[in-house]
Each structure stands twice: as structure tokens, then as C-alpha cells.
Design a protein around this ligand. Structure first.
Ligand code: ADP
Ligand code: MG
Ligand code: MG
Length: 255
């Protein structure tokens, strides 16, 4: 079993008016075998949490720690965090013109595994994972995310999950922009992965609908840059009924 532990994490970003504190002391522990949902209104800092853990340079960690089995992740470069077993599926995945999906996935797998996957088994692995996710085989020759629809980008993220096999996956709004069929395929992909691997999943979402497909063990309400309440799956049901108003002092969106 592995443990991802976030302690009193405070994060600022540089703005024209100086540094603005976005995360105001986040505490969260996720173990492999567990799925945690982070739910909160727009602007509450959910993506900031994901980027800060993954090591995006725009976010300045002003205090606190993030460790994976005791190893300080904040000291590591982005690629080292990936090698340590961390994976981030971004809310807005980047486009990489001129780099085919096939090459991108093989390079990523090579970087993470420390050696290039054997070509014959790799091709089989990729084809199998693509079929599982209803991804057209032509997709392999297209440039990464370039001109992909919202649903295609999300399928690509789950394809990476299946091939890169991280210990901890942070999925930032993997449900946004998906129609009902795509949501089912993507959710099934995540479920297949978590059933087949000892993995911890941090599922960030604004809506409760994905949680009907991917049942979380724990639900955390995120507001104003911190976790304000934690509970079991029933907490998501309450949010479905009543929204975030109870947690944001009457405002529908956090400032
Ligand atoms: P969420 O993912 O919960 O919607 P974000 O982490 O994207 O929230 O944003 C949290 C807060 O940080 C918001 O108030 C947002 O406006 C602010 N923020 C994020 N990125 C920037 C930026 N580059 N410049 C200024 N403010 C930002
Ligand atoms: Mg948002
Ligand atoms: Mg976000």
C-alpha cells in the first residue's frame, strides 16, 4: 500500500496585484485502493490543488508538504513526480502539434518505466487499451490533442492512465464536456484501471453525476481554498440535493 499525504498546503499565484493565496491549508491523505472525490464550486481552488501537486511552475508553494510514501514530492521535478507514480489528467489538456499520439505515449511510457517498452507487446497493449475506450485506431497517428473534441481529450487522458499505470491519479474534471455515452466509457475506463491496479484516485469534479459511475470511498467538500468537510458517498448525495450553499456562506460560487 502507498500513501499520498498532503499537509497544510498553501499555494499562491502571481497576479498583477501581487501574490494571491489560493490554497489556504489543505490537508488530505489518500491511500492506494481508495477513491476520493473532491467537490467544490467554481473558483474554489480544485485545479490549483491538482497543478500544485503535479508541479506546475505557475503555482508557488508557500508552506506545507506533499509526500508519497514519505518522499517529498515538492522537491522533485515534474518528470520525477511522474516516475514516483503520480499522474495528472488536466481539466484543459494541452495540444502538442506535430507529435503523434503513438510517439507521445511511447515516450511517456519510456520515461516512466526507465526503458522503452518492447515494440511488439507495446503495440498490442496500446491497441487493447484503445479498443477498451472505444477510440478509433486512426487516433494513434493524430497530433496529441490537436483538434480533439472535449470527449476525445478525456478518452486520451484515460488511455494514458491505462498505459502509464500510476500509483496515484488525479483526474481534474474528467467529466466536463462529456455526453452521457462518453461519460460511461470514460468512467468504465477509470473503474477498469482501479479494479486492476493498486491505485489511489483523486477525482476532482464540480458535478455529482460522475460519482454515480465511479463510486468514491470518501468525499471532500472544497471551498475557499481548503477542505471544509469530509464524509462518505452520502455527502455527494447531499450536494446533489442542496448544492454548495451551506459551505460557501450563502454564495453559490466561492470568491
Ligand atoms: P477551480 O478549479 O475550483 O474552479 P481554480 O483552481 O481554477 O478553481 O481557481 C482558483 C482561484 O484562483 C480562482 O479565484 C481563480 O480566479 C484564481 N486563479 C487561478 N489561476 C489564476 C491566474 N493565472 N491568475 C489569477 N487568478 C487565478
Ligand atoms: Mg473551474
Ligand atoms: Mg478547475
Amino acid at each position: 500500500m502507498s500513501t499520498l499525504e498532503i499537509k497544510d498546503l498553501r499555494v499562491s499565484i502571481a497576479t498583477d496585484d501581487g501574490a494571491k493565496e489560493i490554497l489556504k491549508g489543505v490537508d488530505l491523505t489518500v491511500r492506494t485502493g481508495e477513491t476520493h472525490a473532491i467537490m467544490g464550486p467554481n473558483g474554489s481552488g480544485k485545479s490549483t490543488l491538482a497543478y500544485a501537486i503535479a508541479g506546475h511552475p505557475k503555482y508557488e508553494i508557500t508552506s506545507g508538504s506533499v509526500t508519497l510514501d514519505g518522499q517529498d514530492l515538492l522537491d522533485l521535478a515534474v518528470d520525477e513526480r511522474a516516475r514516483a507514480g503520480l499522474f495528472l489528467a488536466m481539466q484543459y489538456p494541452v495540444e502538442v502539434p506535430g507529435v503523434s499520439m503513438a510517439n507521445f505515449l511511447r515516450s511517456a511510457a519510456t520515461a516512466i518505466r526507465g526503458e522503452a517498452p518492447k515494440l511488439r507487446t507495446w503495440v498490442k497493449e496500446v491497441k487493447g487499451a484503445m479498443a477498451d475506450l472505444d477510440i478509433d485506431p486512426d487516433f494513434a497517428e493524430r497530433s496529441v490533442n490537436e483538434g480533439f473534441s472535449g470527449g476525445e481529450k478525456k478518452r486520451h487522458e484515460v488511455l494514458q492512465l491505462a498505459l502509464l499505470k500510476p500509483k496515484f491519479a488525479i483526474l481534474d474534471e474528467t467529466d466536463s464536456g462529456l455526453d452521457v455515452d462518453a461519460l460511461r466509457v470514460v468512467s468504465e475506463g477509470v473503474n477498469r484501471y482501479r479494479e486492476g491496479h493498486d491505485t489511489g484516485v483523486l477525482l476532482i469534479t464540480h458535478y455529482t453525476r460522475i460519482l454515480q459511475h465511479i463510486r468514491p470511498d470518501r468525499v471532500h467538500v472544497f471551498a475557499g481554498g481548503r477542505v471544509v468537510e469530509s464524509g462518505g458517498p452520502e455527502l455527494a448525495d447531499e450536494l446533489e440535493r442542496s448544492g454548495y450553499v451551506r459551505f460557501t456562506g450563502g454564495k453559490a460560487e466561492a470568491a
